[in-house]
Design a protein around this ligand. Structure first.
Ligand SMILES: [Fe+2]
Ligand SMILES: [Fe+2]
Length: 614
Protein backbone atom coordinates (compact mmCIF):
# COMPACT_ATOMS: atom_id res chain seq x y z
CA UNK A 1 0.00 0.00 0.00
CA UNK A 2 1.06 3.52 -0.60
CA UNK A 3 -0.18 6.42 1.36
CA UNK A 4 0.05 10.10 1.69
CA UNK A 5 -0.42 11.55 5.10
CA UNK A 6 -1.59 14.95 6.26
CA UNK A 7 -2.30 16.31 9.73
CA UNK A 8 -5.19 18.67 10.53
CA UNK A 9 -6.43 21.88 12.07
CA UNK A 10 -5.66 24.45 9.49
CA UNK A 11 -5.35 21.72 6.93
CA UNK A 12 -8.55 20.14 5.88
CA UNK A 13 -9.50 18.14 2.88
CA UNK A 14 -12.28 18.33 0.43
CA UNK A 15 -14.20 15.17 -0.18
CA UNK A 16 -13.25 12.01 -1.93
CA UNK A 17 -14.40 11.95 -5.48
CA UNK A 18 -12.50 14.86 -6.92
CA UNK A 19 -9.47 13.67 -5.05
CA UNK A 20 -9.76 10.12 -6.29
CA UNK A 21 -10.17 11.33 -9.85
CA UNK A 22 -7.14 13.43 -9.47
CA UNK A 23 -5.17 10.47 -8.21
CA UNK A 24 -6.23 8.39 -11.10
CA UNK A 25 -5.08 11.08 -13.46
CA UNK A 26 -1.74 11.44 -11.76
CA UNK A 27 -1.10 7.79 -11.09
CA UNK A 28 0.46 6.82 -7.80
CA UNK A 29 1.58 9.26 -5.22
CA UNK A 30 4.88 8.36 -3.65
CA UNK A 31 5.22 7.41 0.01
CA UNK A 32 5.01 10.88 1.45
CA UNK A 33 3.83 11.65 4.89
CA UNK A 34 2.00 14.54 6.31
CA UNK A 35 1.01 15.83 9.69
CA UNK A 36 -2.20 17.91 9.69
CA UNK A 37 -2.44 20.65 12.31
CA UNK A 38 0.04 23.05 10.72
CA UNK A 39 2.34 22.79 12.55
CA UNK A 40 1.29 19.94 14.85
CA UNK A 41 2.91 20.10 18.28
CA UNK A 42 4.27 16.77 19.52
CA UNK A 43 6.86 15.58 22.06
CA UNK A 44 10.40 15.48 20.68
CA UNK A 45 10.83 11.85 21.77
CA UNK A 46 8.87 9.02 23.43
CA UNK A 47 11.18 9.20 26.45
CA UNK A 48 8.97 10.15 29.44
CA UNK A 49 11.83 12.19 30.93
CA UNK A 50 12.23 14.30 27.82
CA UNK A 51 9.95 17.34 28.12
CA UNK A 52 11.00 18.89 24.81
CA UNK A 53 8.42 19.54 22.08
CA UNK A 54 8.81 19.56 18.36
CA UNK A 55 6.66 20.52 15.37
CA UNK A 56 5.42 18.42 12.50
CA UNK A 57 4.95 20.12 9.17
CA UNK A 58 3.10 18.83 6.15
CA UNK A 59 4.98 18.12 2.99
CA UNK A 60 3.15 18.84 -0.22
CA UNK A 61 3.91 17.47 -3.67
CA UNK A 62 4.10 19.83 -6.61
CA UNK A 63 1.54 17.75 -8.50
CA UNK A 64 -1.33 17.92 -8.61
CA UNK A 65 -1.28 21.64 -7.77
CA UNK A 66 -4.74 21.49 -6.13
CA UNK A 67 -3.82 18.68 -3.72
CA UNK A 68 -3.05 20.91 -0.78
CA UNK A 69 -6.23 22.89 -1.06
CA UNK A 70 -8.52 19.89 -1.47
CA UNK A 71 -6.87 18.18 1.45
CA UNK A 72 -7.25 21.21 3.68
CA UNK A 73 -10.85 21.75 2.73
CA UNK A 74 -11.66 18.09 3.22
CA UNK A 75 -10.13 18.05 6.68
CA UNK A 76 -12.19 21.05 7.70
CA UNK A 77 -15.32 19.36 6.45
CA UNK A 78 -14.75 15.99 8.13
CA UNK A 79 -13.71 17.61 11.39
CA UNK A 80 -17.26 18.85 11.80
CA UNK A 81 -18.58 15.33 11.41
CA UNK A 82 -15.96 13.82 13.72
CA UNK A 83 -16.62 16.30 16.52
CA UNK A 84 -20.37 15.94 16.09
CA UNK A 85 -19.93 12.16 16.48
CA UNK A 86 -17.84 12.67 19.61
CA UNK A 87 -20.70 14.75 21.01
CA UNK A 88 -23.19 11.98 20.25
CA UNK A 89 -20.90 9.40 21.82
CA UNK A 90 -20.64 11.58 24.93
CA UNK A 91 -24.45 11.77 25.11
CA UNK A 92 -24.68 7.99 24.66
CA UNK A 93 -22.54 7.65 27.78
CA UNK A 94 -24.79 9.98 29.75
CA UNK A 95 -22.23 12.79 29.57
CA UNK A 96 -22.62 16.38 28.36
CA UNK A 97 -22.28 16.69 24.60
CA UNK A 98 -19.12 18.80 24.86
CA UNK A 99 -17.43 16.43 27.33
CA UNK A 100 -14.58 15.60 24.94
CA UNK A 101 -14.14 18.97 23.25
CA UNK A 102 -11.31 20.26 25.42
CA UNK A 103 -9.04 17.39 24.39
CA UNK A 104 -9.10 18.44 20.73
CA UNK A 105 -7.69 21.89 21.15
CA UNK A 106 -4.18 21.54 19.67
CA UNK A 107 -5.28 18.23 18.21
CA UNK A 108 -2.82 15.85 16.60
CA UNK A 109 -5.45 14.66 14.12
CA UNK A 110 -4.20 13.39 10.78
CA UNK A 111 -5.57 12.40 7.40
CA UNK A 112 -4.09 9.66 5.29
CA UNK A 113 -4.64 8.97 1.64
CA UNK A 114 -4.31 5.24 0.97
CA UNK A 115 -3.71 3.64 -2.38
CA UNK A 116 -3.85 -0.17 -2.59
CA UNK A 117 -2.56 -1.26 -6.00
CA UNK A 118 -3.92 -4.51 -7.47
CA UNK A 119 -1.95 -7.38 -5.98
CA UNK A 120 -0.91 -10.51 -7.94
CA UNK A 121 -1.19 -12.70 -4.80
CA UNK A 122 -4.11 -11.37 -2.77
CA UNK A 123 -4.17 -14.62 -0.73
CA UNK A 124 -0.73 -13.93 0.63
CA UNK A 125 -0.67 -10.21 1.26
CA UNK A 126 -2.85 -7.76 3.13
CA UNK A 127 -3.35 -4.09 2.34
CA UNK A 128 -3.15 -3.41 6.05
CA UNK A 129 -2.51 -6.14 8.58
CA UNK A 130 -4.80 -6.57 11.57
CA UNK A 131 -4.58 -3.72 14.05
CA UNK A 132 -6.58 -1.42 16.25
CA UNK A 133 -6.59 2.34 15.81
CA UNK A 134 -4.67 4.08 18.58
CA UNK A 135 -6.46 7.43 18.44
CA UNK A 136 -9.93 8.59 19.48
CA UNK A 137 -12.15 8.06 16.44
CA UNK A 138 -11.58 7.15 12.80
CA UNK A 139 -13.79 8.45 9.99
CA UNK A 140 -13.07 6.45 6.85
CA UNK A 141 -14.14 7.05 3.27
CA UNK A 142 -13.67 3.95 1.11
CA UNK A 143 -14.37 3.64 -2.58
CA UNK A 144 -16.64 1.06 -4.25
CA UNK A 145 -13.94 -1.65 -4.41
CA UNK A 146 -14.09 -2.64 -0.75
CA UNK A 147 -11.67 -4.72 1.27
CA UNK A 148 -12.04 -3.51 4.85
CA UNK A 149 -12.77 -6.32 7.30
CA UNK A 150 -13.74 -5.99 10.94
CA UNK A 151 -13.37 -8.61 13.62
CA UNK A 152 -16.79 -9.35 15.02
CA UNK A 153 -16.82 -9.08 18.80
CA UNK A 154 -19.19 -11.99 19.39
CA UNK A 155 -17.24 -14.73 17.63
CA UNK A 156 -13.99 -13.23 16.29
CA UNK A 157 -15.03 -13.81 12.64
CA UNK A 158 -13.72 -11.35 10.01
CA UNK A 159 -16.64 -9.46 8.50
CA UNK A 160 -16.30 -7.55 5.24
CA UNK A 161 -17.66 -3.98 5.39
CA UNK A 162 -19.71 -3.66 2.23
CA UNK A 163 -19.08 -0.35 0.45
CA UNK A 164 -22.18 1.84 0.71
CA UNK A 165 -22.35 4.84 -1.63
CA UNK A 166 -21.56 8.10 0.16
CA UNK A 167 -21.31 6.46 3.57
CA UNK A 168 -18.54 6.95 6.09
CA UNK A 169 -17.25 4.13 8.25
CA UNK A 170 -16.70 5.18 11.83
CA UNK A 171 -14.71 3.24 14.37
CA UNK A 172 -13.91 3.65 18.02
CA UNK A 173 -10.17 3.98 18.70
CA UNK A 174 -8.16 2.88 21.71
CA UNK A 175 -8.58 6.26 23.40
CA UNK A 176 -12.37 5.94 23.53
CA UNK A 177 -11.90 2.45 24.93
CA UNK A 178 -9.80 3.91 27.76
CA UNK A 179 -11.99 6.99 28.30
CA UNK A 180 -15.07 4.78 28.60
CA UNK A 181 -13.24 2.30 30.82
CA UNK A 182 -14.02 -0.38 28.21
CA UNK A 183 -17.72 0.33 27.88
CA UNK A 184 -16.87 0.87 24.22
CA UNK A 185 -14.10 -1.10 22.61
CA UNK A 186 -11.58 -0.50 19.89
CA UNK A 187 -11.94 -3.43 17.50
CA UNK A 188 -9.39 -5.14 15.26
CA UNK A 189 -9.67 -4.60 11.54
CA UNK A 190 -7.64 -5.26 8.39
CA UNK A 191 -7.71 -4.54 4.70
CA UNK A 192 -7.74 -7.16 1.96
CA UNK A 193 -6.36 -6.51 -1.50
CA UNK A 194 -7.53 -8.02 -4.76
CA UNK A 195 -5.84 -9.02 -7.98
CA UNK A 196 -7.85 -6.85 -10.35
CA UNK A 197 -8.72 -3.50 -8.93
CA UNK A 198 -6.77 -0.84 -7.23
CA UNK A 199 -8.49 0.65 -4.20
CA UNK A 200 -8.44 4.07 -2.54
CA UNK A 201 -9.46 5.08 0.94
CA UNK A 202 -9.14 8.18 3.11
CA UNK A 203 -9.12 7.73 6.87
CA UNK A 204 -9.42 10.77 9.12
CA UNK A 205 -7.86 10.00 12.51
CA UNK A 206 -9.27 12.24 15.21
CA UNK A 207 -6.57 12.53 17.88
CA UNK A 208 -6.29 14.73 20.98
CA UNK A 209 -3.52 17.18 21.81
CA UNK A 210 -0.18 15.60 22.59
CA UNK A 211 -0.36 16.80 26.20
CA UNK A 212 -3.62 14.97 26.88
CA UNK A 213 -3.31 12.40 29.63
CA UNK A 214 -5.56 9.53 28.63
CA UNK A 215 -7.38 7.76 31.45
CA UNK A 216 -10.87 6.48 32.24
CA UNK A 217 -13.26 9.40 32.74
CA UNK A 218 -14.00 10.11 36.39
CA UNK A 219 -17.74 10.13 35.73
CA UNK A 220 -17.62 6.54 34.49
CA UNK A 221 -15.67 4.96 37.33
CA UNK A 222 -16.84 4.13 40.79
CA UNK A 223 -16.17 1.56 43.47
CA UNK A 224 -17.85 -1.28 41.57
CA UNK A 225 -16.19 -0.28 38.34
CA UNK A 226 -12.63 0.76 39.10
CA UNK A 227 -10.41 2.39 36.51
CA UNK A 228 -9.01 -0.31 34.24
CA UNK A 229 -6.13 1.79 32.89
CA UNK A 230 -3.32 3.81 34.32
CA UNK A 231 -3.04 7.31 32.87
CA UNK A 232 -0.70 7.67 29.89
CA UNK A 233 0.47 10.56 27.79
CA UNK A 234 -1.03 10.56 24.31
CA UNK A 235 1.97 12.41 22.85
CA UNK A 236 4.44 9.86 24.24
CA UNK A 237 2.26 7.00 23.02
CA UNK A 238 2.01 8.48 19.56
CA UNK A 239 5.70 9.28 19.16
CA UNK A 240 6.60 5.84 20.43
CA UNK A 241 4.42 4.34 17.70
CA UNK A 242 5.89 6.60 15.04
CA UNK A 243 9.36 5.61 16.08
CA UNK A 244 8.62 1.90 15.81
CA UNK A 245 7.49 2.54 12.21
CA UNK A 246 11.02 3.52 11.36
CA UNK A 247 13.05 1.32 13.60
CA UNK A 248 11.86 -2.10 12.58
CA UNK A 249 12.46 -3.55 15.98
CA UNK A 250 11.45 -7.05 16.70
CA UNK A 251 9.41 -5.94 19.65
CA UNK A 252 5.74 -5.34 20.09
CA UNK A 253 4.41 -1.89 19.34
CA UNK A 254 3.26 0.17 22.27
CA UNK A 255 -0.31 -0.90 23.08
CA UNK A 256 -2.93 0.32 25.50
CA UNK A 257 -2.86 -3.02 27.30
CA UNK A 258 0.52 -1.90 28.61
CA UNK A 259 -1.40 0.61 30.70
CA UNK A 260 -4.17 -1.72 31.69
CA UNK A 261 -4.51 -2.07 35.42
CA UNK A 262 -4.30 -5.60 36.65
CA UNK A 263 -7.57 -7.35 37.28
CA UNK A 264 -8.42 -8.12 40.87
CA UNK A 265 -6.23 -10.95 42.04
CA UNK A 266 -3.83 -10.47 39.17
CA UNK A 267 -1.32 -7.97 40.48
CA UNK A 268 -1.61 -6.27 43.83
CA UNK A 269 -1.39 -2.48 43.38
CA UNK A 270 1.53 -2.53 45.84
CA UNK A 271 3.62 -3.98 43.01
CA UNK A 272 2.77 -1.30 40.52
CA UNK A 273 5.71 0.92 39.77
CA UNK A 274 5.46 4.62 39.24
CA UNK A 275 4.84 5.12 35.50
CA UNK A 276 8.29 6.71 35.23
CA UNK A 277 9.76 3.32 36.02
CA UNK A 278 7.66 1.30 33.64
CA UNK A 279 9.74 -0.71 31.26
CA UNK A 280 10.57 0.89 27.97
CA UNK A 281 8.98 -0.77 25.02
CA UNK A 282 12.24 -1.26 23.24
CA UNK A 283 14.72 -3.59 24.84
CA UNK A 284 18.30 -2.69 24.18
CA UNK A 285 20.59 -5.64 24.68
CA UNK A 286 23.94 -4.70 25.98
CA UNK A 287 26.76 -5.85 23.82
CA UNK A 288 28.40 -2.83 25.43
CA UNK A 289 28.71 -4.39 28.86
CA UNK A 290 32.30 -5.61 28.99
CA UNK A 291 32.92 -9.34 29.04
CA UNK A 292 36.25 -10.06 30.71
CA UNK A 293 38.12 -13.33 30.40
CA UNK A 294 39.85 -14.08 33.70
CA UNK A 295 41.80 -17.11 32.45
CA UNK A 296 45.17 -15.28 32.63
CA UNK A 297 44.86 -14.95 36.40
CA UNK A 298 43.25 -18.31 37.11
CA UNK A 299 45.98 -20.39 35.48
CA UNK A 300 46.19 -23.65 37.49
CA UNK A 301 50.01 -23.91 37.44
CA UNK A 302 50.09 -20.35 38.80
CA UNK A 303 52.82 -19.42 36.34
CA UNK A 304 51.04 -16.39 35.10
CA UNK A 305 52.25 -13.86 32.67
CA UNK A 306 52.52 -10.40 34.28
CA UNK A 307 51.62 -8.79 30.95
CA UNK A 308 48.40 -10.82 30.76
CA UNK A 309 47.52 -9.82 34.32
CA UNK A 310 48.14 -6.18 33.43
CA UNK A 311 45.73 -6.59 30.53
CA UNK A 312 43.02 -7.97 32.81
CA UNK A 313 43.62 -5.19 35.35
CA UNK A 314 43.27 -2.58 32.63
CA UNK A 315 40.06 -4.13 31.34
CA UNK A 316 38.58 -4.25 34.83
CA UNK A 317 39.58 -0.65 35.50
CA UNK A 318 37.95 0.62 32.34
CA UNK A 319 34.80 -1.48 32.93
CA UNK A 320 34.45 -0.12 36.48
CA UNK A 321 34.92 3.39 35.18
CA UNK A 322 32.78 3.20 32.05
CA UNK A 323 29.94 0.96 33.19
CA UNK A 324 30.22 0.04 36.86
CA UNK A 325 29.22 -3.40 35.50
CA UNK A 326 30.98 -6.22 33.70
CA UNK A 327 30.71 -9.97 33.17
CA UNK A 328 33.53 -12.44 33.81
CA UNK A 329 34.14 -15.80 32.19
CA UNK A 330 36.81 -18.41 32.96
CA UNK A 331 36.61 -17.20 36.54
CA UNK A 332 37.73 -20.45 38.19
CA UNK A 333 34.52 -20.99 40.16
CA UNK A 334 33.69 -24.70 40.40
CA UNK A 335 30.47 -24.86 38.45
CA UNK A 336 29.15 -27.89 40.32
CA UNK A 337 28.89 -25.64 43.39
CA UNK A 338 26.75 -23.24 41.37
CA UNK A 339 24.59 -26.07 40.00
CA UNK A 340 24.06 -27.42 43.53
CA UNK A 341 22.88 -24.14 45.01
CA UNK A 342 20.68 -23.47 41.96
CA UNK A 343 19.02 -26.86 42.30
CA UNK A 344 18.53 -26.39 46.05
CA UNK A 345 17.03 -22.93 45.49
CA UNK A 346 14.57 -24.26 42.90
CA UNK A 347 13.45 -27.00 45.29
CA UNK A 348 13.07 -24.54 48.13
CA UNK A 349 11.04 -21.93 46.21
CA UNK A 350 8.79 -24.69 44.88
CA UNK A 351 7.65 -25.45 48.45
CA UNK A 352 4.15 -24.41 49.57
CA UNK A 353 3.99 -20.88 50.92
CA UNK A 354 3.22 -22.03 54.49
CA UNK A 355 6.35 -24.13 54.45
CA UNK A 356 8.54 -21.26 53.24
CA UNK A 357 6.96 -18.85 55.67
CA UNK A 358 8.14 -20.98 58.60
CA UNK A 359 11.46 -19.24 58.17
CA UNK A 360 10.02 -15.91 57.07
CA UNK A 361 12.21 -13.06 58.18
CA UNK A 362 10.91 -10.40 60.52
CA UNK A 363 12.22 -7.48 62.52
CA UNK A 364 13.95 -9.80 64.98
CA UNK A 365 15.53 -12.24 62.57
CA UNK A 366 16.46 -10.46 59.40
CA UNK A 367 17.59 -13.57 57.52
CA UNK A 368 15.61 -16.31 55.80
CA UNK A 369 12.68 -16.30 53.42
CA UNK A 370 10.80 -13.16 52.43
CA UNK A 371 8.08 -12.44 49.91
CA UNK A 372 7.38 -8.76 50.50
CA UNK A 373 10.63 -7.17 49.45
CA UNK A 374 10.43 -3.53 48.54
CA UNK A 375 12.69 -1.23 46.59
CA UNK A 376 12.01 2.45 47.21
CA UNK A 377 8.76 1.42 48.90
CA UNK A 378 7.25 -0.35 45.88
CA UNK A 379 6.94 -4.11 46.17
CA UNK A 380 9.28 -6.24 44.12
CA UNK A 381 7.79 -9.09 42.11
CA UNK A 382 9.95 -11.74 43.72
CA UNK A 383 10.61 -14.07 46.60
CA UNK A 384 14.00 -14.14 48.28
CA UNK A 385 16.07 -16.16 50.69
CA UNK A 386 18.84 -14.29 52.51
CA UNK A 387 21.81 -15.76 54.30
CA UNK A 388 25.08 -14.35 55.58
CA UNK A 389 28.42 -16.03 55.04
CA UNK A 390 29.85 -15.47 58.55
CA UNK A 391 28.04 -17.50 61.18
CA UNK A 392 27.11 -15.51 63.21
CA UNK A 393 27.49 -12.09 61.55
CA UNK A 394 28.24 -9.26 63.94
CA UNK A 395 26.27 -6.05 63.41
CA UNK A 396 25.17 -2.98 65.39
CA UNK A 397 22.02 -3.51 67.43
CA UNK A 398 20.40 -0.42 65.89
CA UNK A 399 21.08 2.27 63.30
CA UNK A 400 21.23 4.87 66.07
CA UNK A 401 24.79 6.32 65.96
CA UNK A 402 24.80 6.72 69.76
CA UNK A 403 23.92 3.09 70.37
CA UNK A 404 27.18 1.12 70.66
CA UNK A 405 25.55 -2.25 71.27
CA UNK A 406 26.24 -5.14 68.94
CA UNK A 407 24.07 -8.05 67.97
CA UNK A 408 24.44 -11.27 66.01
CA UNK A 409 22.66 -12.36 62.89
CA UNK A 410 22.11 -16.10 62.58
CA UNK A 411 21.15 -17.93 59.45
CA UNK A 412 17.85 -19.78 59.37
CA UNK A 413 17.71 -22.91 57.32
CA UNK A 414 14.68 -24.63 55.86
CA UNK A 415 14.06 -28.31 56.64
CA UNK A 416 13.65 -29.07 52.99
CA UNK A 417 15.56 -29.66 50.82
CA UNK A 418 18.01 -31.29 53.28
CA UNK A 419 21.05 -30.42 51.16
CA UNK A 420 20.12 -26.71 51.09
CA UNK A 421 22.45 -25.54 53.86
CA UNK A 422 25.50 -27.38 52.62
CA UNK A 423 24.95 -26.18 49.04
CA UNK A 424 24.75 -22.57 50.25
CA UNK A 425 27.80 -22.78 52.50
CA UNK A 426 29.96 -24.43 49.87
CA UNK A 427 28.89 -21.92 47.27
CA UNK A 428 29.70 -19.03 49.59
CA UNK A 429 33.25 -20.32 50.12
CA UNK A 430 33.74 -20.75 46.41
CA UNK A 431 32.49 -17.29 45.45
CA UNK A 432 34.42 -15.59 48.21
CA UNK A 433 37.63 -16.56 46.42
CA UNK A 434 36.42 -14.92 43.20
CA UNK A 435 35.12 -11.81 44.98
CA UNK A 436 38.37 -11.25 46.88
CA UNK A 437 40.35 -11.90 43.72
CA UNK A 438 38.32 -9.22 41.96
CA UNK A 439 38.83 -6.76 44.82
CA UNK A 440 42.58 -7.38 44.41
CA UNK A 441 42.42 -6.67 40.68
CA UNK A 442 40.34 -3.56 41.34
CA UNK A 443 42.93 -2.37 43.87
CA UNK A 444 45.65 -2.88 41.24
CA UNK A 445 43.56 -0.99 38.68
CA UNK A 446 43.51 1.97 41.08
CA UNK A 447 47.30 1.80 41.44
CA UNK A 448 47.06 0.32 44.94
CA UNK A 449 48.59 -2.85 46.41
CA UNK A 450 46.55 -5.96 45.59
CA UNK A 451 45.66 -6.54 49.25
CA UNK A 452 44.61 -2.94 49.89
CA UNK A 453 40.98 -3.81 50.63
CA UNK A 454 41.57 -7.12 52.45
CA UNK A 455 41.54 -5.62 55.94
CA UNK A 456 37.92 -4.51 55.61
CA UNK A 457 36.61 -8.02 55.07
CA UNK A 458 37.74 -9.63 58.30
CA UNK A 459 34.41 -10.05 60.16
CA UNK A 460 32.65 -9.32 56.89
CA UNK A 461 28.88 -8.79 56.71
CA UNK A 462 28.73 -10.38 53.26
CA UNK A 463 25.41 -11.92 52.29
CA UNK A 464 23.92 -14.12 49.63
CA UNK A 465 20.42 -13.61 48.29
CA UNK A 466 18.62 -16.32 46.35
CA UNK A 467 16.07 -14.60 44.14
CA UNK A 468 13.03 -16.22 42.61
CA UNK A 469 10.98 -14.17 40.13
CA UNK A 470 7.68 -15.91 39.34
CA UNK A 471 6.02 -15.13 35.99
CA UNK A 472 4.06 -11.90 36.30
CA UNK A 473 0.69 -11.35 34.55
CA UNK A 474 1.44 -7.63 34.09
CA UNK A 475 5.15 -7.37 33.41
CA UNK A 476 4.62 -3.84 32.10
CA UNK A 477 3.55 -2.55 35.48
CA UNK A 478 5.78 -4.34 37.96
CA UNK A 479 9.48 -4.90 38.34
CA UNK A 480 11.32 -7.88 39.83
CA UNK A 481 13.54 -5.37 41.55
CA UNK A 482 12.99 -1.66 41.22
CA UNK A 483 15.85 0.65 40.23
CA UNK A 484 18.52 0.76 42.95
CA UNK A 485 22.24 0.77 43.57
CA UNK A 486 24.00 -1.87 45.61
CA UNK A 487 25.14 -0.55 48.98
CA UNK A 488 28.06 -2.92 49.60
CA UNK A 489 31.51 -3.24 48.08
CA UNK A 490 31.01 -5.56 45.12
CA UNK A 491 28.24 -7.83 43.84
CA UNK A 492 28.86 -11.15 42.09
CA UNK A 493 25.65 -12.28 40.42
CA UNK A 494 24.75 -15.57 38.79
CA UNK A 495 21.69 -15.18 36.57
CA UNK A 496 19.96 -17.96 34.67
CA UNK A 497 19.29 -18.02 30.94
CA UNK A 498 15.96 -16.17 31.22
CA UNK A 499 17.54 -12.78 31.77
CA UNK A 500 15.93 -9.57 32.94
CA UNK A 501 18.72 -7.59 34.57
CA UNK A 502 18.99 -4.08 33.18
CA UNK A 503 21.73 -1.57 33.83
CA UNK A 504 21.47 2.18 33.44
CA UNK A 505 24.11 3.15 30.91
CA UNK A 506 26.30 5.95 32.24
CA UNK A 507 26.71 7.73 28.94
CA UNK A 508 23.02 8.35 28.20
CA UNK A 509 20.92 6.93 31.04
CA UNK A 510 19.39 4.27 28.77
CA UNK A 511 18.39 0.95 30.37
CA UNK A 512 20.51 -1.82 28.86
CA UNK A 513 19.59 -5.48 29.20
CA UNK A 514 22.48 -7.67 30.39
CA UNK A 515 22.41 -10.60 28.04
CA UNK A 516 22.74 -13.89 29.91
CA UNK A 517 26.09 -15.48 29.05
CA UNK A 518 26.45 -19.15 29.94
CA UNK A 519 28.58 -19.70 33.05
CA UNK A 520 29.46 -16.02 33.35
CA UNK A 521 29.13 -13.92 36.48
CA UNK A 522 27.83 -10.38 36.40
CA UNK A 523 29.97 -8.12 38.59
CA UNK A 524 29.06 -4.66 39.74
CA UNK A 525 30.64 -1.91 41.74
CA UNK A 526 28.80 -1.14 44.98
CA UNK A 527 28.45 2.17 46.79
CA UNK A 528 31.33 1.26 49.13
CA UNK A 529 33.75 1.02 46.23
CA UNK A 530 32.45 4.28 44.80
CA UNK A 531 33.29 6.04 48.07
CA UNK A 532 36.65 4.28 48.56
CA UNK A 533 37.66 5.26 45.02
CA UNK A 534 36.40 8.82 45.61
CA UNK A 535 34.14 8.56 42.56
CA UNK A 536 36.76 7.15 40.18
CA UNK A 537 34.39 4.18 39.97
CA UNK A 538 30.64 4.45 40.19
CA UNK A 539 27.95 2.28 41.62
CA UNK A 540 25.38 2.19 38.82
CA UNK A 541 21.60 1.88 38.98
CA UNK A 542 20.10 -1.40 37.87
CA UNK A 543 16.77 -3.19 38.00
CA UNK A 544 15.27 -6.57 37.14
CA UNK A 545 12.40 -7.00 34.72
CA UNK A 546 9.90 -9.80 34.99
CA UNK A 547 8.10 -11.53 32.19
CA UNK A 548 4.72 -13.13 31.82
CA UNK A 549 5.88 -16.59 30.84
CA UNK A 550 9.04 -17.73 32.52
CA UNK A 551 10.15 -17.87 36.08
CA UNK A 552 13.66 -16.63 36.69
CA UNK A 553 16.29 -17.39 39.31
CA UNK A 554 19.38 -15.48 40.29
CA UNK A 555 21.93 -15.66 43.08
CA UNK A 556 23.54 -12.47 44.30
CA UNK A 557 26.67 -12.57 46.44
CA UNK A 558 27.11 -9.13 48.02
CA UNK A 559 30.60 -8.60 49.36
CA UNK A 560 30.30 -6.30 52.37
CA UNK A 561 32.89 -5.13 54.91
CA UNK A 562 32.85 -5.63 58.70
CA UNK A 563 30.24 -3.58 60.47
CA UNK A 564 32.88 -1.48 62.24
CA UNK A 565 34.44 -0.34 58.94
CA UNK A 566 34.41 3.41 58.52
CA UNK A 567 33.91 3.90 54.79
CA UNK A 568 35.62 6.96 53.32
CA UNK A 569 37.70 7.88 50.29
CA UNK A 570 41.10 6.16 50.47
CA UNK A 571 43.90 8.49 51.57
CA UNK A 572 46.07 7.38 48.63
CA UNK A 573 43.46 8.58 46.17
CA UNK A 574 42.82 12.03 47.57
CA UNK A 575 45.01 15.09 47.36
CA UNK A 576 44.71 18.82 47.57
CA UNK A 577 43.56 18.99 43.96
CA UNK A 578 41.25 16.04 44.45
CA UNK A 579 39.78 16.33 47.93
CA UNK A 580 37.59 13.69 49.51
CA UNK A 581 34.08 13.79 48.08
CA UNK A 582 32.46 11.96 51.01
CA UNK A 583 32.59 12.21 54.74
CA UNK A 584 33.27 8.95 56.58
CA UNK A 585 30.30 6.80 57.51
CA UNK A 586 29.93 3.69 59.55
CA UNK A 587 29.09 0.69 57.41
CA UNK A 588 27.21 -1.19 60.15
CA UNK A 589 24.89 1.74 60.84
CA UNK A 590 24.27 2.18 57.11
CA UNK A 591 23.45 -1.53 56.77
CA UNK A 592 21.11 -1.72 59.76
CA UNK A 593 19.34 1.44 58.66
CA UNK A 594 18.66 -0.14 55.27
CA UNK A 595 17.41 -3.39 56.82
CA UNK A 596 15.05 -1.48 59.05
CA UNK A 597 13.42 0.42 56.17
CA UNK A 598 12.43 -2.94 54.73
CA UNK A 599 10.09 -3.43 57.64
CA UNK A 600 8.91 0.00 58.49
CA UNK A 601 7.17 1.22 55.41
CA UNK A 602 8.65 4.64 55.71
CA UNK A 603 7.69 7.18 53.18
CA UNK A 604 11.20 8.49 53.18
CA UNK A 605 14.09 7.72 50.94
CA UNK A 606 16.34 4.92 51.99
CA UNK A 607 19.71 5.89 53.36
CA UNK A 608 22.00 6.62 50.41
CA UNK A 609 25.68 7.47 50.06
CA UNK A 610 24.80 10.86 48.64
CA UNK A 611 23.70 11.75 52.16
CA UNK A 612 27.39 11.68 53.03
CA UNK A 613 28.51 13.64 50.02
CA UNK A 614 30.61 16.68 50.82
FE1 LIG B 1 -7.18 1.27 11.12
FE1 LIG C 1 21.34 -4.96 43.00
Amino acid sequence: MEWYWISSERLRLLLGNSLLCLWRKRGRLGGMKKALEEPTLVPASPDPEDKEETEWYNQWPEHPPELREVCEEYAREVEKLALKLMGLIALSLGLPENRFSSYFKDQTTSVRLNHYPACPSPQLALGVGRHKDGGALTVLAQDDVGGLEVRRKTDGAWIRVKPTPNAYIINVGDIIQVWTNEKYQSVEHRVMVNSEKERFSIPYFLNPSHYTIIKPLEELIHEQNLAKYRPYSWGKFMTNRKLSNFKKLNVENIQIHHFRSPDMGEVDPAFIQDPDHWPKFFIIEGEGIPLIDLSPIISPDSITDPKAIEGVVREIGSACKGWGFFQVINHGVQLDKLRNIEAAARKFFALPLEEKRKIRRDEKSVLGYFDCERTKNVRDWKEVFDLTVEEPTLVPASPDPEDKEETEWHNRWPEYPPEFREACEEYAQEIEKLAMRLMGLIALSLGLPENRFSRYFKDQTTSITLNYYPPCPSPQLALGVGPHKDGGALTVLAQDEVGGLEVKRKTDGEWIRVKPTPNAYVINVGDGLQVWSNDIYHSVEHRAMVNSEKERFSIAYSLKPSHYTLIKPLEELISEENPAKYRPYNWGKFLTHRKLTNFKKLNVENIQIHHFRL
